[in-house]
Design a protein around this ligand. Structure first.
Ligand code: GDP
Ligand code: MG
Length: 164
């Protein structure tokens, strides 16, 4: 079986957009609504010589968020237990939130390598500053990316495949 990469993060940070960019069949998926992913879906992906699967989890919602959605959280946790690596996606335009800190605290206790993707960083100069704010999450180097434009994803994937 191909290694699984779980895409984790709060609702609306851009997980589905990133998955659509990473997946081989990205043009085929049109039904996903912004902010809503109820089911785990496995999508074939590759980078350089590595084949893997990306799984788009629902937003990982903890108690301090306005919504509490145990099912979505359960699915994200289930996805992580079978994953070789995870990409934790955060919103670079918003900065670190209480929810991001809570998820990070949980992620640091898991046995899975986690890469920190600071999404919505379209501007290269601003992106570096936006990403730097996320060092405080304690998950190592924050990678500025834009899921919409694709910028920064190469560096992220180069690091990712070292764990697969
Ligand atoms: P999800 O809930 O985490 O799956 O997030 P989505 O992929 O559905 O995206 C949520 C919202 O953020 C949508 O309005 C997207 O258009 C927007 N978005 C996603 N990626 C980017 C990005 O790289 N840059 C910007 N500016 N917006 C983005
Ligand atoms: Mg989604």
């Amino acid at each position: 079986a191909l290694p699984i990469v779980a895409i984790i993060g709060r609702p609306n940070v851009g997980k589905s957009t990133l998955v659509n960019r990473l997946a081989k069949d990205r043009q085929a998926i049109v039904h996903d609504q912004p902010g809503i992913t109820r089911d785990r879906t496995y999508r074939p992906a590759f980078w350089r010589d590595r084949d893997f699967q990306v799984v788009d989890t629902g937003g990982l919602v903890f108690d301090d968020d306005t919504e509490f959605l145990p099912l979505i959280r359960e699915q994200a946790m289930a996805a992580l237990t079978e994953a070789s690596a995870a990409i934790f996606v955060v919103d670079g335009q918003l900065g670190p939130t209480a929810g991001d800190r809570e998820i990070s605290d949980w992620l640091r206790r898991q046995q899975v390598p986690v890469l920190l993707a600071v999404n919505k960083c379209e501007s290269p100069e601003q992106g570096l500053m936006q990403a730097a704010e996320f060092w405080e999450l304690g998950l190592g180097e924050p990678y500025p990316i834009s899921g919409i434009h694709g910028s920064g994803t190469g560096e992220l994937l180069d690091e990712l495949i070292t764990y697969l």
